[in-house]
Design a protein around this ligand. Sequence first.
Ligand code: PMT
Length: 402
Amino acid sequence: MNLQGKRILLGVTGSIAAYKSALLTRLLIKSGAEVQIIMSTSAFDFITPLTLATLSKRPVFSAFADQTTREWTNHVELGLWADLFIVAPLSANTLGKFANGLCDNLLSATYLSARCPVMLAPAMDLDMYQHPSVRENLRKVLSFGNILLDAESGELASGLSGQGRMMEPEHILAQVEKFFRKKKDFQGKKVLITMGPTQEALDPVRFISNHSSGKMGLAIAKSFKERGAEVFLVSGPVSVSINPGDFHFFMVRSADEMYEASKKLHSQMDICVFAAAVADYSPVEIAPEKIKKNDSEMSILLKKNVDIALELGKSKKPGQLHVGFALETESEEIHAKAKLDKKSFDLIVLNSAREEGAGFQHDTNRVKIFDRDGMKIDSGLIPKSEVADLILDEIKKAPVWI
Ligand code: PMT
């Protein structure tokens, strides 16, 4: 009964995934929440109000006025009543209304009146979900502070396969429980996170880089933000979407740029997490024009890049905490422990580039966290968001805070 006493508004819109809202309602009620459902009228084509009213043990609202009593359904009161407003499934149509402040039904009026946090669980077909107008609307609602319960991948109602399925009700319940559990245990702390790859230019059109997507660094940044910290993100070029309202964001390209941006921030930080996959070498010369191909072989002379974590480790102040990462392919623990010592890390997070589902690009990771006394945790293969929470929990236990 993790949600005992929590008041949840559940918005249901017209989507084939509306059938999942019945299971979601049941799960929320079983977890102790009070659930008030608001449906858009197009949701009636997919699930009946009677089903949802029975499961939620409350009448379902959909119109501004009750058809028989002509009584007004007070959307302002509904918005103020709730501790959390979840819209699942969220159709492209309702997303468009939320993004643009349109208000032509009770659901959109309640959205505009609600003062509580809002979680949105979109459900769309493959190409709809990737359409630039939908992406733009999603970006907009995220910039308002709404929380995205991102669509999952799999088979879609159209028969196509890919991202667009509404997040499974069990996963939504886990997110909701986590949301209410979150303590603001990093309130007042300033955190620097390096993330993503660096790109080392060869000429105006080519570079040396690696496969880092930025997912691990961003997951850590989100977890710190949710737990009350002020987050400074220094990121190489990544494709993950970053909500600019959530962080102080510094976009860099090369290892040198990442070092310069991090160095400027370092002295004000309480915690630094070095999650970036920084290129260790860069070309000695950057050709001013595009290098032309010819028949002979070509060698590129490389010079060593600055080691950001090592350099900043030298000016670490008492009370500052540094967390490093190690991405290894062999003798993993030995290399990770050596980096912990050499770079003055308080903790090091080891992930393996050889393990299925771990390291670059994946939404999951498996990490082992070490401090100077040895291994603290072996996470097993779990989502990067959960890895991030584990890292924060270990940071909290570090002697520097005690
Ligand atoms: O971005 P994703 O696709 O989600 O992938 C996540 C990740 C695999 C990139 C991440 O989990 C990770 O392991 N990041 C560190 C990768 C790495 O470069 O490890 P390393 O063993 O080479 O470096 C050791 C530490 O020194 C790291 O904290 C690194 O950020 C830092 N370093 C390394 C070289 C350098 N020139 N400057 C540094 O600061």
